[in-house]
Design a protein around this ligand. Structure first.
Ligand code: SER
Length: 341
């Protein structure tokens, strides 16, 4: 029997790294990837077929459609929040039109093989927009439907694409004679800032936390661009990848919503600095606040309520703040940079 195929866009990015390794270890699906750049060799060896190109290239998506029978998509490709503020039109193209292309791709796949395509979409804490610091302080752990007035292009893109996914899942071509909706089984998570020990992010606004840790491990000085009291939720990358896979495997009937908050710990930038200093006592870390990027962080909630994800599909992050540093970040990062010395 032919193995089912999973397509991963943005496969060479931070989430793609961990996801490809997990899917490969699992071994139940052939992995097909799409990324603008060729994958690093260790990743590429897990992949049945690697396409290098853009999610905006519909003919490339057509080619994948004609060659593979896809029953799952992880659509990870996106421009992050800081990057998107410098090129809002390009952000809209990649983040929104690109997602529309992938939803159409999934719809066509489902129509041609007759089974639903599970579509995993990483949305973001950027979908929120707290109007003031006071509101942020008093809001507590924010629920999915609260404060959804993002101030960034990226946040607007993510929030809209959550709705677009829901449209495909529930109302697609609702006026046509035969029922077509429901072929794309759309499932989204709103990730907090993700911290990986293997890769460093680029173009995000939550990047200060991973940048601080990686700089300290490399013995480089780091100036954090947000205030010491800046606070948003974060998560260790293995829990992020684990959550995507767990949501992908959840029975459809147990899901009461299409988009779920995820959280794990919600440190201030100063909490991160103190934890990093414990591991790397000589680290040189200062704060030189970029008021504009700080403004973006201030617009994101201090923490999120992820009760629905825990209840519906058993989301349970393995790493709290201390464990993330002690058992994952510090040992893995140490090994990584020691090897390079
Ligand atoms: N990490 C993302 C960013 O900073 C937020 O989801 O843009």
């Amino acid at each position: 029997m032919r193995k089912p195929v999973v397509v991963i866009t943005g496969a060479g990015g931070e989430i793609g790294h961990g996801l490809i390794e997990q899917l490969a270890a699992d071994g139940t699906r052939l992995i097909v990837t799409l990324d603008m750049a060729p994958l690093e060799v260790p990743l590429a060896k897990h992949v049945a077929r690697e396409f290098t190109g853009s999610i905006l290239d519909r003919s490339l998506l057509e080619r994948i459609h004609s060659e593979f029978e896809v029953d799952m998509v992880f659509h990870l490709a996106a421009l992050l929040s800081t990057r998107s503020e410098f090129s809002p039109v390009m952000a809209h193209e990649v983040n929104v039109e690109g997602t529309l292309n992938l939803l159409e791709f999934a719809q066509h796949e489902a129509e041609s093989h007759g089974r639903p395509v599970t579509f995993l979409y990483p949305s973001s804490i950027a979908a929120y927009g707290m109007p003031s610091l006071d509101a942020k302080r008093t809001a507590g752990r924010v629920k999915e439907h609260e404060w959804t007035h993002p101030t960034t292009m990226y946040g607007c893109n993510k929030l809209y694409c959550e709705q677009l996914g829901e449209y495909y899942a529930r109302h697609y071509k609702q006026l046509s004679a035969e029922s077509i909706a429901g072929r794309v089984d759309f499932r989204a998570v709103r990730f907090p800032g993700l911290i990986s020990a293997i890769t460093v992010p680029s173009g995000g606004t939550s990047d200060y936390a991973p940048e601080m840790i990686h700089a300290a491990a490399k013995g480089e000085p780091y100036a954090c661009f947000v205030r010491p009291d800046a606070q948003i939720p974060f998560m260790a990358m293995p829990d992020g990848v684990g959550a995507l896979l767990k949501l992908a495997a959840a029975p459809r009937a147990s899901l009461t919503q299409t988009t779920y908050n995820l959280g794990a710990f919600a440190p201030t930038a100063d909490d991160v600095r103190r934890e990093v200093l414990q591991a790397f006592p000589g680290a040189q870390m200062s704060f030189i606040v970029d008021t504009k990027r700080q403004g973006i962080i201030d617009s994101w909630p201090a923490d999120v309520d992820d009760g629905a994800a825990r209840k519906d599909w058993g989301f349970a992050p393995e790493f709290d703040f201390e464990r993330a540093f002690r058992d994952y970040l510090i040992p893995t990062i140490r090994r990584r940079y020691d090897r390079n010395r």
